[in-house]
Unconditional design. Structure first.
Length: 351
């Protein structure tokens, strides 16, 4: 039995706006013989997870790990991952002009097994698999995916799955672009491969219609690059009825709370696990104690301050010369800093 383990996986991608995080801590464990369904809204990171497992160079793993039977998958090249037993059925299979389906399948089988399959048995296996998938025999002589319809491309992906016999298959939205009949045929091919080889399936999808034919053992809901809920097949039925709104609304509310916290320095300190400068540097004493800023201090008149501090000499009566001036009434203004003012002489300042 093989085990695929994903631990706290963080993945980024380079865009026009710079480095963008896609996966933000995905953790998942699956074994051969199990079927895991990855569900979620558009842009949640499902396909990024699939391509990261396969080794697409566009995606950068910043932290976390992926192991298959204890071997570090992230240190393997793409072909080494395929030989180790990983398989990716792409959402948008590419065309390969000049390479026939027969040559492609035989070359892939030789690269994985290390030796070319016997012609007679290989031809029989290919013909039988194509008949099960209701593919015309003429497809064997056509170029890979060149001129294929969407359903024919997906059947060709499952044809590879049945012939290459991997340990873990990642199916990236295999149900997209399929009509009802094609969906049933593709699903039967996946179930057939699972029964014959004890295949482990990681099925990525938006909808539950394919899950009617490929019954999952576990369902994982991915939103904003995280697994937000896990459960059994009943979770898929619940998603069919309710959709993903409750996860998106919860994420929006969480972002609003985080935004409010980010604008409040005190909330940031509490969220980081300490309680301000006192926790970092000890209690403030004496002049180090924080005082209210001047513009926030209440305005208190002289009489009120004198009533609060009756014994403060600085808040006593006015000096004698100022009392005399006040008794004589308001005099002419003096220019502060003028010679009469510096000499202490009352002198009128002309216009």
């Amino acid at each position: 039995m093989s085990v695929l383990e994903i631990r706290d996986l963080h993945v980024t991608v380079e865009t026009e706006n710079g480095t963008t995080p896609i996966l933000n801590g995905v953790t998942l464990t699956m074994r051969t013989g199990e079927t895991h369904a990855i569900m979620g809204p558009n842009g949640s990171g499902k396909s990024t997870l699939a391509y990261t497992i396969a080794g697409h160079p566009k995606y950068t793993v910043t932290s976390g790990s992926i192991t298959l039977d204890g071997e570090d998958v992230l240190e393997m090249s793409v072909d080494e991952r395929a030989r180790a037993g990983l398989f990716l059925a792409m959402q948008y299979p590419v065309e390969i002009p000049g390479v026939t389906v027969t040559n492609f399948l035989r070359t892939a089988k030789t690269a994985i097994d290390g030796e070319a399959p016997a012609i007679r048995s290989w031809t029989k296996d290919v013909k039988g698999a194509m008949e099960n998938l209701r593919m015309d025999a003429k497809f064997a002589s056509r170029n890979v995916n060149e001129g294929f319809s969407g359903g024919e491309k997906k059947r060709h992906e499952i044809l590879q799955l049945e012939l290459l016999k991997p340990k873990i298959a990642v199916l990236d939205e295999t149900d997209s672009g399929l009509d009802v009949d094609a969906l049933k045929i593709v699903s039967e091919g996946v179930n057939r491969a699972k029964e014959r080889t004890d295949l482990g399936v990681l099925l990525i999808t938006h909808y539950t219609r394919i899950l009617r034919y490929i019954r999952p053992d576990y369902v994982h809901v991915v939103v904003k690059g995280r697994i937000v809920e896990e459960g059994g097949p009943e979770l898929a039925d619940r998603l069919e009825e309710e959709g993903y709104d409750r996860f998106l609304e919860a994420g929006t509310a969480d972002r609003r709370v985080r935004s409010l916290h980010d604008r409040n320095p005190r909330s940031r300190e509490v969220r980081r696990g300490h309680r301000g400068p006192e926790r970092r540097h000890g209690p403030r004493t004496g002049d180090q104690r924080r005082r209210p800023r001047p513009h926030l201090r209440p305005r208190v008149g002289r009489r009120e301050r004198r009533a609060r501090h009756p014994h403060d000499p600085h808040l006593g009566r006015l000096p004698a010369d100022r009392r005399a001036r006040r008794a004589d009434g308001p005099g002419p203004r003096q220019r502060r800093g003028s010679l009469p003012h510096q000499l202490g002489v009352d002198a009128a300042v002309g216009p």
